[in-house]
Structures are given as structure tokens and as C-alpha cells.
Design a protein around this ligand. Sequence first.
Ligand SMILES: [Zn+2]
Length: 184
Amino acid sequence: MSLLRNWFFVQTAAINPSAQGVEFDEEVMGRLIRFVSSHEVGHTLGLPHNMGSSVAYPVDSLRSASFTKKYGTAPSIMDYARFNYIAQPGDEGVALMPDIGVYDKYAIKWGYKPILDKSAKEEKPVLDQWILEHAGDPLYRFGHQQVGDIVNPSSQTEDLGDNAIKASEYGIANLKRIVPKLIE
Ligand SMILES: [Zn+2]
């Protein structure tokens, strides 16, 4: 609960009145817990982290209310995409939390959808075809979690959008708005 509170505060308070305090409304905390539990239920269903998911979205699309309401802030809840620290003052109505996304639904379908009247061996080409249907589409991309040496910049934790430098500049601009008001 404290971790969620701290993340949501640091990452969104610059533009989010519901995160501008020490204690959040129950409604907000409930939504935050739903975000984490969705991710953890993903693990119980067999999904690993997908750190290559959030790179699918252009940084500036994450400032758009219509885009983020339709697509969330990353195509997978299994990324460590955190909250939308890219959104700037004036980006009215922009979504701030990751959600269960296109990749998650696709991965669950791949793992669980019954393929009737086929042996396990006969299922293989069908499953391969489901992957090939989306080959090259960044929404369906998987990126391994990197531990130790980070060699793939498009598969990082804590990043958002397709340009980590640009995204971080927006994030730092928000921190500069938050820090002078910490005591208040
Ligand atoms: Zn996890």
C-alpha cells in the first residue's frame, strides 16, 4: 500500500489532484490495488514479465486522453510500466494507470483457448500461426526481463513509451513541479 501510494504520488501528483496528499481516497487506493493484483494474477496464470511491451507506444501518445483511454499506457499489465509520468499539466483526461492490454489477452488466448479435436502435437502449428499473425506488430511484442547488464534499451523496467530519454525529460519536468510543493 505504501509503495503504491509513493509511486502514484511521485509519478502523477504534478497533474493529478487525487495524488496530491499523504493519504489517498479509498476509491483511488482500490484502483491502485486493482492494478497490482491484475499483474499478480497474470503471474498466477503463467505470464512472465514483458518488459518489452511499453516501448510499443509513442511517448507523445501517452499525453493524449483519447489514445490512453483506448489503449492504456502499455499493451501489457506484465511490464513494469508504472504510472503515466509523461502526462504534463494541461493533458486533460489522460489515463494514468496501466491496464490489462492487448498483449495480455493475446497471451492468455495462446495459453488457454481450447483447440478442439486436435492432439497436443497437432495443436503446435495452430499455436505457431497465432503468433505469426501478429509478427512485427509492436503491440504483441515480448521483451525479456534483463537482470544485471541491461543490453536491450527497449526492454527496460520503469520506462514508458518508445523513447526513454524523451519520456524521462517529461518525468523530470513533473518532479520539478512536485518537489517545491512537498511540504505543502
Ligand atoms: Zn511481476
